[in-house]
Design a binder for this molecule. Structure first.
Ligand code: BGC
Length: 548
């Protein structure tokens, strides 16, 4: 069914990100799978989310945990089969949960049939034209075509050996060497992705999270990037003009996809993963004829600071309203330090660098968790759509002490261990305190080691405890839905410095980010992110009050 414009499900949905390899492993090989997701759908109903987004489960050599796709229209045997996918989708829909899948259009795996054909074909051939092959610079073409760096560290170009055994052309990979970038000016690439979109839409998915949605089109002529004095930020967002991020041409691609999705009933949606310097720039991805949502990374990147948060909330509400889109809110995902650790970091930590044993400014776990609970209690009071990342409802911190030999993120390898990368937020989640691998997998296998302290954070240890983080999330999601906060509006209330006070529908939200406890306003406390001290709200605590 398609709803009236303005009432589509994605405008207010709380969407839970599942990172399949770390969610639940039914086969016991240490890697989560699709049947594992199906088996836990009731837990997600119990949590109270509206939709799930699945990170990639397609055929892939797993060089970048599945963001290196070898076949876009099949399930990797690691995760199950297409049949398992259909079952999962049907079971989710039966429970009223929508399903968004990840689409990775910027690059494929180097094992993709097309890339293998390109390697075998000659320079200038139609096979090469699907990717970004260029001759090198220098007398013998021994230098890369330009100075671009890979997001994961090191150069963004790799030179191939031609069929005659001689060193030949170079291909562009904004990420790992195993992830060659497509040439999106090529109609064949455009047509292939229309086919892929239809393949999943026909199966019944409710939408797509579009990976690296700001990167598909590169500046004409592939000019050198004039670094503003330091390296490219992990996902590009901080600087003005980068020749491979945010180029005007990407918008035409999403207009095309918008029209394609509109042929299907059911308000199918596109969500942009676009890391851009400002909220206003990101809002361009969700103009009425483009995507439906974009991740609000500007919000995620804002520190634990009342004035800055108020500013980014205002800016977001205004910028998205101006294009008729909902704002989204997000604090954690599989690419950033989990917010139960990030909000207590005391040193700068650029996105993608991660934290490890030797990182400066490591968080105090109690402070991190207290702030994370307060931050989520604030976030879930905001109108629009919110994204949660698996495990945050358990208060999971970033895992800091993963041994070097267990790390798997290409960032770690491409920087010779200088950046720890993103493994710390990807550790398989704990379901049962006293089971092998905390119930993640019956055999006790786990593709990344789980810390001993996670027994206390296991889902079953939190279920019956009203003070647990899981209970807090359940209460927040239930009250958010019941009181219609997703479709509400923010009205700021007067407050002391360091405090955020706002009203949305029937709820008054009071967040103390300051240094001293503050007396709370009148009203009945519906939800508190942590223990209160009589009428006083301690630091790093958020409450929801009602007067009904
Ligand atoms: C995904 C990452 C991935 C990268 C390359 C991202 O933005 O979220 O996990 O490594 O794209 O596909």
């Amino acid at each position: 069914m398609t709803t009236l414009p303005g009432a589509e499900w994605w405008r207010t949905a709380v969407i839970y990100q599942i990172y399949p390899r770390s969610f639940a492993d039914l086969t016991g090989d240490g890697i989560g799978d699709l049947p594992g997701i199906t088996a836990h759908l009731d837990d997600l109903v119990d949590l109270g989310v509206d939709a799930i987004w699945l990170s990639p489960f397609y055929r892939s050599p797993q060089k970048d945990a599945g963001y290196d796709v070898a076949d876009y229209c099949d399930v990797d045997p690691l995760f199950g089969s297409l049949r398992d996918f259909d079952d999962m989708l049907a079971e989710a829909h039966r429970r009223g949960i929508r399903v968004i899948v990840d689409l990775v259009p910027n690059h494929s795996s180097d094992q993709h049939e097309w890339f293998q054909q390109a390697l075998a074909a000659a320079p200038g051939s139609p096979e090469r034209a699907r990717y970004m092959f260029r001759d090198g610079k220098g007398a013998g073409g021994e230098l890369p075509p330009n100075n671009w760096d890979s997001v994961f560290g090191g150069p963004a170009w790799t030179r191939i050996v031609e069929a005659d055994g001689e060193p030949g052309q170079w291909y562009l990979h904004l990420f790992d060497t195993s992830q060659p970038d497509f040439d999106w000016t090529n109609p064949e690439v455009q047509g292939e992705f229309r086919r892929i979109l239809r393949f999943w839409l026909d199966r019944g998915v409710d939408g797509f999270r579009v990976d690296v949605a700001h990167g598909l089109v590169k500046a004409e002529g592939l000019p050198d990037y004039a670094h503003p004095g330091h390296e490219v930020d992990a996902m590009g967002g901080q600087h003005g003009e980068v020749p491979f991020w945010g180029q005007e041409g990407v918008h035409e691609i999403y207009r095309d996809w918008h029209r394609l999705l509109a042929e299907y009933a059911g308000d199918r949606a596109l969500c942009a993963e676009a890391w851009l310097p400002t909220v206003a720039q990101t809002a361009l991805w969700v103009r009425p004829d483009e995507m439906h949502q974009a991740f609000n990374f500007n919000y995620l990147e804002t520190g634990w600071d009342a004035a800055q948060l108020r500013a980014v909330i205002d800016e977001s509400l205004a910028a998205y309203a101006a294009v008729g889109a909902p704002s989204t809110w997000v604090l954690s995902n599989h690419d950033v330090v989990r917010h139960a650790s990030r909000l207590a970091l005391t040193a700068e930590n650029p996105q993608g660098h991660g934290i490890g044993p030797d990182s400066p400014g490591k968080p105090i776990p109690e402070v991190g968790l207290r702030r994370a609970r307060a931050a989520t209690t604030l976030m879930l009071a905001l109108p629009g759509s919110a994204y949660l990342y698996q495990g945050e409802e358990l208060g999971l911190p970033e895992v800091i002490d993963i041994p070097g030999e267990a790390r798997q993120d290409p960032t770690w390898f491409r920087t010779d261990g200088e950046r720890y990368g993103r493994d710390g937020c990807r550790v398989p989640i704990p379901w049962t305190a006293d089971a092998p691998a905390y119930g993640f997998s019956a055999t006790g296998e786990s593709w990344l080691p789980q810390p001993a302290e996670w027994a206390a954070l296991a889902r079953d240890a939190q279920t019956a405890d009203p003070a647990s983080t899981l209970s807090l999330y359940r209460m927040l999601l239930s009250a958010r839905r019941g009181r219609g906060l997703g479709a509400g509006a923010v009205e700021w209330l007067e407050s002391a410095p360091g405090v955020l006070a706002l009203r949305n529908a029937t709820v008054t939200v009071f967040a103390n980010l300051g240094e001293v406890p503050i007396r709370r306003p009148e009203g009945v406390v519906l939800i508190a992110s942590g223990p209160l001290d009589g009428d006083f709200v301690p630091v790093d605590t958020t409450i929801w009050l009602v007067n009904d």
